[in-house]
Design a protein around this ligand. Structure first.
Ligand code: K1U
Ligand code: ZN
Length: 172
């Protein structure tokens, strides 16, 4: 396993649309998911899309276990949303590609998903709560969308200003 570098906005790679995994889930995909989880745990974060480490494939990892709980890694290959609830919920989101910026985003409260797991098995299940928030955030990454793209122009520009300032301080 290896730690990968997490790309940060405004890196243009983050705006790319990720491509489906064609054919079976292979050991190469599993090695990428292992690296992504290690990178996510180290950050630390609760989710990560492959494009955030520069790989434009429709692959996501997630772990929503709380501190002190046993690890509960989840793997999603070619995830699809089959259904979205009409009711929405607000959640203060963050993103490892937009460090140190948190803002409320409103999304459907529940979604029905279809995806392939780590072993390439097809899964269909409903997500709610933080699971629904996180999978929708991560699936946005697969379309080149960041959570700040859901905000007003003012809030998005504020996020980018903070990011550029932090980056400038880091190289000084
Ligand atoms: O960059 C990412 O996509 C990961 C992101 C996932 C996410 C968080 C909150 C709402 C929606 C999606 C993060 O993990 S940001 C960091 C974070 O939320 C966190 C970090 C440490 C402990 C608990 C949470
Ligand atoms: Zn993110």
């Amino acid at each position: 396993m290896a730690l990968r570098t997490i790309l940060t906005a405004p890196d243009p790679v983050l705006k790319q649309t990720s491509k489906p995994v064609e054919g079976p889930v292979t050991d190469e995909h599993r090695a990428l998911m292992d690296d992504m989880l290690e990178t996510m745990y180290a950050a630390p974060g609760i989710g990560l899309a492959a494009i955030q480490v520069g790989v434009p494939l429709r692959i996501i990892v997630m772990d929503l276990a709380r501190e002190g709980e046993e690890k509960a890694p989840r793997h999603f290959v070619n995830p699809e949303v089959l259904w979205r609830s009409d009711d929405t919920q607000p959640y203060e989101e963050g993103c490892l590609s937009v460090p140190d910026f948190y803002e409320e985003v409103e999304r459907p409260a529940r979604v029905k998903l279809r995806y392939l797991n780590y072993h390439g098995e097809a899964i269909e299940e409903e997500a709610e709560g933080l699971y629904a928030v996180c999978i929708q955030h991560e699936m946005d990454h697969l379309e080149g969308v960041l959570f700040i793209d859901h905000l007003s122009r003012l809030k998005r520009e504020n996020a980018m200003r903070k990011l550029k300032k932090a980056r400038k301080l880091a190289v000084m």
